[in-house]
Design a protein around this ligand. Structure first.
Ligand code: PFF
Length: 459
């Protein structure tokens, strides 16, 4: 008992709702919103993708954020501990581990993209506004092994260095200034982008659902994006929940985080997609560009502005901050998992995370050039890790959370935890969702995305 009280005391905690909402929003808003959302929306149907995404955020996203946060707060543990508290069998151990493993597989390729952002920031600082806007610039850059690896190493060193120096708090405090600036700049760039000749078609493409663009892949991609963007099924929300005081209203804070995260994603969509239409006539090929979309389209927007160099520097600097706060929280989750499970020192655990990060990240960085013969299931390495984590592991992690709640913890216990701080207004919807809807949908999504990559069905 005494031990427990001590552990409880030692655990850091948020000062209140605002501190918690800002921390979760800091982890949620990152490359997922600015880089990943626009290219997926472009590729998987525009308005119909957005509609499916919004429905998923307020149903699935809501139920899973509430679940993970309440479980964290109830057990005061991160995912492995939280699962182990309710059962000893294999499914429980597996459930905890899969939630904890995802950040370790995301952070390597996250740092590769972070490296691309550093490279673009550097080039804008140097005054390369016109070169960056050329069609072949990005693919030439990706083709140079030394370049991509070097910038990846820089971003990875920033992430690990900040963790080693213990200055995350300073970076997070900075990001409280940078994040609002990012919003202001994004609004400005979005307005500019939307008002280019020909851009209106892009606005329509993003905002008006066209059901003929719908496919099962729209749902799979939107679901993966929802997990990724809201930091669900990655252990992060368990951990943050475990720092949460008992009187903070989980429902309300969840709503605020969802709103903020989604608003930034839509804003990023409005910066990028109308620009594709304005500068490339919205041809199908440009919309399919995938991970490179932001890096090809935005430089064209900046190059057409009078003060494009300044806009480019400001934009990539702000994105760099958003990306850093997210990569720090991913790496930090890995470090604390190893600390809890292996009982090693913080330094040793950071070194282990750094080794995984460098090994897998290098595979991804070189997957576009020196190692481009390395393909898994027809995907290059970065795409493969993205697919593995978002379309396979996160649905399994989320299924494990549903299983834990319905089989071991009980919906009532979650409701009691929620009611410590407020009326649980969406309790009925939550129950139905966790019991039936979520497991069935997660299974369908998981099976169909696997069948799709193995070529059994075509979505
Ligand atoms: N949600 C972040 C993004 O959209 O970029 C990615 C992420 C960051 C996921 C941190 C998980 C996490 F712990």
């Amino acid at each position: 008992m005494e031990e427990n009280r001590k552990a409880e005391k030692k655990r850091s905690s948020f000062s209140g709702r605002l501190g918690y909402v800002l921390a979760v929003a800091g982890s949620a808003v990152g490359l997922g919103n600015i880089w990943r959302f626009p290219y997926l929306a472009a590729k998987y149907g525009g308005g119909i993708f957005l509609l499916v995404y919004l429905v998923l955020v307020v149903t699935f996203g809501y139920a899973l954020i509430v679940s993970e946060t309440a479980l964290g707060r109830m057990t005061r543990r991160s995912p492995i501990g939280a699962f182990a508290k309710f059962g000893k069998g294999l499914p429980f151990r597996f459930g905890g581990w899969i939630n904890a493993a995802v950040p370790l597989l995301i952070v390597p390729y996250y740092c590769v993209i972070g490296g691309w952002v550093c490279k673009y920031l550097f080039e804008y600082l140097r005054g390369g506004t016109m070169e960056l806007a050329q069609d072949a610039y990005f693919s030439t850059f990706l083709g140079s092994a030394g370049g991509v690896e070097g910038w990846f190493l820089l971003f990875a060193a920033l992430t690990i260095g900040i963790i080693l120096l213990g200055v995350e708090k300073g970076v997070e405090r900075m990001s409280k200034i940078m994040m609002p600036l990012l919003v202001v700049l994004a609004v400005f760039v979005a307005i500019y982008s939307v008002t280019r000749p020909g851009a209106l078609e892009g606005v329509k493409y993003l905002l008006i659902p066209n059901f003929s663009n719908f496919s099962l892949m729209t749902v799979v991609a939107a679901m993966g994006q929802m997990f990724y963007s809201l930091s669900i099924a990655m252990g992060v929300l368990y951990t943050y929940g475990s720092y949460l005081p008992k009187d903070v209203d989980i429902e309300k804070s969840t709503g605020q985080v969802e709103l903020f995260d989604t608003a930034i994603a839509v804003l990023a969509g409005l910066m990028v997609i109308p620009a594709v239409f304005a500068f490339s006539g919205g041809d199908a090929q440009a919309l399919q560009a995938g991970p490179s979309l932001m890096f090809i389209t935005l430089p064209k927007v900046f190059a057409s502005m009078g003060f494009g160099r300044f806009a480019g520097v400001a934009f990539f600097l702000l994105v760099l901050f958003a990306a850093l706060t997210s990569s720090i929280s991913l790496a930090e989750t890995g470090v604390s998992t190893f600390q809890d499970q292996l009982g090693w020192s913080r330094k040793k655990c950071t070194a282990l995370v750094a080794a995984i990060l460098l090994g897998l990240g290098t595979l991804c960085a070189l997957g576009y050039n020196a190692l481009d013969f390395l393909q898994v299931l027809g995907m290059d390495m970065l795409d493969f890790f993205d697919f593995l984590t978002n379309s396979v592991m996160m649905p399994i992690g989320a299924l494990a959370t549903c299983f834990l709640i319905t089989r071991a913890v009980g919906l009532n216990a979650i409701a009691q935890e929620m009611e410590l701080s407020s009326a649980f207004r969406r309790k009925r919807m939550y129950g139905v969702f966790m019991k039936y809807f979520a497991p069935i949908c997660l299974l369908i999504i998981l099976v169909s995305s696997l069948l799709n990559v193995f070529g059994v069905i075509s979505m």
